[in-house]
Write a protein that binds this ligand. Structure first.
Ligand code: UDP
Ligand code: GLC
Ligand code: MN
Length: 490
């Protein structure tokens, strides 16, 4: 058995979809090494079983959350406090050396040579190349290193509220000390267009070894047509359409078959569930399990796909150039308005009804008359001007992370972190118990949530550590706060 392993992390059934596709991409690339996944208590039993099919090790760990709402806000990713959970990878001491891969990465070619590198090797981050991106890094498991990094986290926090800021602060000489620790960019290519240097993407595309879907829009959130098994790539990913399609091909070939609707139970596509609003990422794995691939869509499936599309729209993922284009939106508006009877207003006077005026304006905008005469424009039509436009608002449900009490400890590391809790929502709609303690302890068994009578005490402990600015907005935890928290839970 190889002493080397690829390691990833998933804290819910949706990121687990990424972890599954990633594992199969590693197998397809013919890796000789083992695969390990860290899962937190909120990953369902059904999903863990599925992960066990392809991962050699499925290790449950506690959620570690930076609870640093202020710095996470700078990153516009409030949900990423839980990426501190990655630190548990240093506890996989049964392996000599590992490569951590985010669950939103896709391995396109064999990269086993990465295990020749030393800790901490990583590729530059596209947005700030003197920092490394922590979606792919080589490390040596060590309980000692784990203790030092968590202690460092308590002392210094993270400048981005996630693991990347923390690890860059801890491995602070990465930028300058040893060029061998700089992985070539092909080991961590950011797929999203606004981060991407498109001419280079085109030029070096075939050299890419690991693609990273960094950013909010993950492949599993991209519109997918179950009948044709094709992904509708939004414009931000147009250059990488075939690679997104590859993610979905692996999903169809290796992952879909054994998904079940027990995966985050809200996922089942029953007519009852279809009536409920679809929260961000909730129950996606369970819902996808209900799709019949390559077959004509049932009305329920169509309804499900429409809901997915709406979910994408509401979380800001809008296909401006395709299905959500201006033309299509106007068409839909006019169809809807035409279907409704004219209002009372046009019976009492001879001004055009609101509906008619909108329809007329839309028609004229879409098919402008050849002469300039009497062409209403958006700005000259009072009715249109006064109509309110709806802005796409990211849908979050702000359910906080699970943190069951740890009781059976594999190792006796003393460090426990309790950093101030502000808002650190996790993108899952499963209701989860919550405590303020973020214990840096690996669990050997899934633990039940703490008894309800323990909650008030835990909540008051949390309250002591919440740092609020004078105007009530969350601020980064202070060093004193972190130290206090540390003393309290040592
Ligand atoms: N992650 C997770 N659950 C979350 C958020 C993140 O399991 O709710 C893990 C997952 O492995 C993910 C990694 O942490 O790939 C980093 O988050 P993400 O990839 O979303 O960050 P990005 O690369 O987009 O900055
Ligand atoms: C990044 C990395 C990701 C990390 C996150 C939070 O953009 O891609 O791996 O978890 O920042 O620090
Ligand atoms: Mn990522």
């Amino acid at each position: 058995m190889s002493k080397f392993a690829w390691v990833t992390l998933t804290t819910n059934d949706t990121y687990s979809l990424g972890a599954l596709v990633l594992a199969h991409s590693l197998r397809r690339a013919g890796t000789a090494h083992q695969l390990a996944v860290l899962v937190t208590p909120s990953v369902s039993e059904a999903m863990r079983n599925k992960l066990k099919d392809v991962y050699n090790v499925v290790q449950e760990v506690n959620v570690l959350d930076s609870q640093d709402a202020a710095n996470l806000a700078l990153l516009s990713r409030p949900e990423l406090g839980v990426t501190f959970t990655k630190l548990h990878c240093w506890r996989l001491v049964q392996f000599e050396k590992c490569v951590f891969l985010d669950a939103d990465t896709l391995v396109l070619q064999n990269c086993d040579e990465l295990f020749e590198r030393e800790e901490l090797s990583a590729a530059p981050d596209v947005s700030w190349p003197d920092c490394f991106n922590s979606g792919v890094f080589v490390f040596r498991p060590s309980v000692d290193t784990f203790g030092k990094i968590t202690e460092f986290a308590v002392q210094h926090g993270s400048f981005d509220g996630g693991d990347q800021g923390l690890l860059n602060q801890y491995f602070a000489d990465w930028a300058t000390a040893d060029i061998k620790k700089h992985l070539p960019f092909v080991y961590n290519v950011t797929a999203y267009a606004s981060y991407c240097y498109l001419p280079a993407f085109k030029q070096f595309r075939d050299n890419i070894k690991i693609l990273h879907f960094a950013g909010k829009l993950k492949p599993w959130l991209i519109q997918f047509n179950s009948e044709t098994k094709s992904a509708s790539t939004p414009s931000e990913y147009a250059h990488a359409h075939d690679l997104i399609q590859l993610w979905w091909n692996i999903f169809c070939d290796n992952v879909h078959e054994r998904l079940t609707d027990e995966m985050q139970s809200h996922g089942a596509v029953s007519s009852d569930n279809l009536k409920k609003p679809f929260n961000e990422e909730a129950g996606l794995a369970g819902a996808l399990s209900q799709l019949r691939l390559g077959a004509q869509r049932t009305p329920e499936q169509e309804q499900y796909e429409n809901l997915m599309r709406r979910q994408c729209w509401e979380s800001g993922q809008i296909d401006y150039a395709g299905r959500d284009s201006f033309d299509n939106i106007w068409k839909k508006i006019t169809q809807t308005l035409d279907a409704k009877p004219a209002k009372e207003a046009d019976k009492t006077d001879n001004t055009l009804s609101y509906n008619q005026l909108l329809t007329q304006t839309a028609t004229e905008l879409l098919h402008p008359p050849t002469s300039e005469v009497s062409s209403p424009s958006l700005s000259s039509s009072p009715s249109v001007r006064s109509s309110s436009s709806s802005r796409a608002v990211p849908a979050t449900n702000n359910v906080a992370a699970t943190e069951p009490a740890a009781s059976s400890k594999v190792a006796t590391n003393k460090a426990t972190i309790n950093t101030p809790k502000a808002t650190a929502p996790q993108p899952t709609r499963q209701a989860q118990p919550q405590t303020s303690q973020v214990k840096v302890e690996v669990q050997s068994q899934p633990q039940p949530p703490p008894p309800s009578q323990a909650q008030p005490q835990l909540q008051s402990q949390t309250a002591q550590h919440i740092v609020q600015s004078p105007n009530g907005a969350p601020v980064a935890p202070s060093r004193a706060g972190r130290q206090r928290a540390m003393r309290k839970f040592k």
